[in-house]
Design a protein around this ligand. Structure first.
Ligand code: ZN
Length: 445
């Protein structure tokens, strides 16, 4: 099965529901940049794909960073003087500021308020807050609830631990014909937030599961890492093999009903950038393209100037552009199976272009070859744009244009151009340029 046939299959097997079920399973877990919630998440993903789990010890130097202490939380609450739990971690892991140090103390409202976080502009929602690299503690609650709190002696308890341990991440390599890799990365560090980024984890997992059954030209490396420190760790540990990365995508926020958005790699004109833009242009949907900026997800690290990898970011509504972002409203109702399936199919459509983006040389370049005598003219397969695709492929197959270049120049969908090339190749009118001829180097600009 090739990647195009795979897309057709996926549409028919309820793949959106499969991703949604995984999101529901992972939603209750309390994830952070380290800790048991990440391990449990990777364990659940491991039931779909055979993940290799890496544990990097606290204190290890990774590029300019140091692996932090491991954080775990068992329980956390605020009780009023009647002993009633008014904020309870057991109801939602968003209630505790991620990486809160342990505390057990009675305090007046004025003191407590300095550690409470709310969203006055969305008074029913609970915000997501973290304090990874500065030791602190805090609770998040709805603004409406904060307004009901009177002067009282509050009992505050966070039963957490912040001590030497490990940073945990998952990795899975699907080997292809070539050692060159497509890097697919998602962040695993957010607690109960469905779109950011359980949607990315689910898409990455189902993509990995199905690609492992396909015949692939490239090898695919899937990374499940905490934001920033995870990609910095992976880059630090794998620096000697990074030149294998031929293309890459960071997958985030792919389950909401907004339009698809692609953020280009730092290079801006990498083959992956061209492939995703072509797939979106021919998707029949509205979409948005963002230029690279050094803010966002792990593309920031992959595209740092010392690596400058061809890695873009594939999203629906981008970070910070939807009000539910980093709040309790990014819940299981906010993501939809249909949107997840659409994101997966468009992603697969871009990967299919990369898989099939060969370069050919016309073997009959002096004048057009007589297509009729080869059964190709006006009959292949339905005439129209397909005939035109034959002529474009013959004309531009001079060894300097890939099929994607030709599709773009001709304004014809890649799949049609690929089919034309296959037909011409079958009649010996094209010769394939060996892959290594069109391999890219990795400039350290
Ligand atoms: Zn986030």
């Amino acid at each position: 099965m090739n990647t195009t046939e795979l897309a057709v299959l996926l549409e028919s097997v309820g793949v959106g529901d499969e991703m949604y079920r995984l999101i529901c399973e992972l939603y209750p877990l309390c994830r952070s940049i380290t800790g048991n919630g990440v391990r449990e998440t990777l364990c659940a993903v491991g039931r779909h794909v055979p993940l290799e789990i890496h544990e990097i010890p606290t204190g290890q130097q990774v590029l300019d960073w140091t692996i932090p202490k491991e954080w775990n939380v068992r329980d956390a609450y605020i009780k009023n003087s009647k002993g009633e739990k008014i904020v309870d971690f057991a109801n939602s892991n968003l209630h505790v500021v991620s990486y809160s140090v342990p505390i057990e103390k009675r305090m007046p409202l004025e003191e407590l308020k300095r550690h409470l976080h709310t969203l006055p502009e969305h008074p029913d929602w609970v915000p997501f807050r973290a304090s990874y690299y500065k030791e602190n503690w805090g609770f998040c609650l709805s603004h409406n609830q904060l307004m009901t709190l009177g002067n009282d002696a509050y009992e505050v308890c966070i039963d957490s631990s912040l001590k030497p341990g490990f940073l945990t991440y998952g990795e899975y390599l699907v080997p292809g014909e070539r050692a060159d890799e497509v890097l697919i990365s998602c962040h695993t560090c957010h607690p109960s937030l469905a779109n950011d980024n359980l949607s990315g984890i689910a898409l990455t997992t189902i993509l990995a599961k199905y690609l492992s059954q396909a015949k692939l030209r490239f090898s695919y490396r899937f990374l499940y890492i905490p934001s920033t420190i995870g990609s910095i760790s992976w880059l630090s540990l794998n620096e000697s093999q990074i030149s294998n990365v031929e293309h890459g995508l960071v997958i985030a926020c792919v389950g909401d009903s907004g339009k698809l958005t692609y953020k280009k790699s730092r290079r801006g004109d990498a083959e992956v950038d061209k492939a995703v833009l072509h797939a979106l242009k021919h998707s029949g949907q509205e979409y948005e393209v963002m230029d690279f900026s050094p803010y966002g997800y792990d593309e920031r690290q992959f595209c740092s100037p010392g690596f400058n990898l061809p890695v873009g970011c594939f999203m629906r509504t981008p970070y910070g552009r939807y009000p539910e972002y980093h709040t309790s409203a990014d819940n299981l109702d906010f993501v939809r199976p249909l949107c997840l399936a659409d994101s997966l199919l468009q992603c697969l459509s871009a990967l299919s272009i990369l898989e099939n983006n060969e370069t050919y040389v016309n073997q009959n370049p002096k004048g057009e070859p007589q297509l009729g005598k080869r059964g190709l003219y006006r009959g292949y397969p339905n005439g129209g744009s397909d005939d035109l695709a034959l002529l474009w492929v013959l004309n531009l197959s001079d060894g300097n244009h890939t099929l994607l270049d030709i599709a773009e120049r001709a304004s014809i969908a890649f799949g049609v151009v690929k089919k034309a090339a296959d037909a011409l190749f079958a009649c010996d009118l094209l010769r394939k340029i060996p892959n290594d001829r069109c391999d890219y180097t990795h400039p350290r600009a």
